[in-house]
Design a protein around this ligand. Structure first.
Ligand SMILES: [Zn+2]
Length: 223
């Protein structure tokens, strides 16, 4: 069960359908792996649907409230459902969560190898979004023990772990955890020494490197 979740505001915006495609993808992928958020979003969607219903059906009777309560009871059952990702992540044939599978056209962790990665020492990156998109969707594959350059953001950065673990301002994050960083966050995530980490990273504005060497690299950064 993931322990680092999207903010309430992000879940609300997701349920309302107001997020960009890339940010929605990160939230949908987390929800596929997190029964807790899945149940919560279903509740939000039911309440939103009922509000729509009550706006059409006037006057609002007690039946509306009963309907909402009945739907919430149904959702309770949904939130008890098992996470869609098996626990044994050493198996490279592990199936990717549904939203990501559709977006990347890859079914398993192993199939990610076939994507067009850019490789640097200890670090590989695959840009999944179009270059013209303001929101960037990337896969990062970082070697055990590596620390990413310290950076901050002009907008949101959502990082969802698909394999392995890293430590950042949220502490240690494992598979299924979604770490959200905003313009107030200046961090340098480091991958744990136990193994490589593969994550989905979504940014809705450019990163700004803040370390001594990072500042020199900023003009060349195209994220
Ligand atoms: Zn969650």
């Amino acid at each position: 069960m993931p322990k680092v979740h999207p903010t309430e505001e992000l879940l609300n915006d997701y349920a309302a359908g107001t997020l960009s495609e890339g940010v929605s993808l990160a939230i949908a992928t987390h929800i596929a792996m997190c029964p807790q958020c899945r149940g919560h979003v279903s509740e939000l969607e039911a309440i939103g649907g009922s509000m729509l219903f009550s706006a059409v059906e006037t006057p609002v009777g007690s039946q509306v409230l009963e309907n909402v309560l009945a739907q919430l009871e149904d959702i309770q059952g949904v939130s008890d459902a098992k996470p869609s990702l098996p626990r044994d992540l050493k198996n490279q044939d592990i199936i990717l969560p549904n939203p990501l599978r559709d977006y990347l056209g890859a079914k398993t962790l192993r199939e990610l190898d076939h994507l067009n990665w850019t490789n640097l020492p200890g670090y590989s990156e695959y840009v999944a979004s179009d270059r013209s998109d303001k929101t960037k969707v990337r896969l990062l594959r970082v070697a055990a023990g590596m620390t990413l350059p310290q950076h901050t953001h002009e907008g949101l950065e959502l990082t969802l772990i698909l394999k392995g673990s890293f430590s950042d301002h949220n502490g240690t994050c494992g598979v299924g955890d979604l770490s959200v960083a905003d313009p107030a966050t200046d961090h340098a995530p480091s991958v744990d020494r136990t193994g490589e980490c593969i994550c989905l990273a979504v940014t809705d504005a450019p990163l700004r490197l803040t370390g001594r060497f990072g500042r020199m690299l900023n003009p060349f950064l195209d994220l």
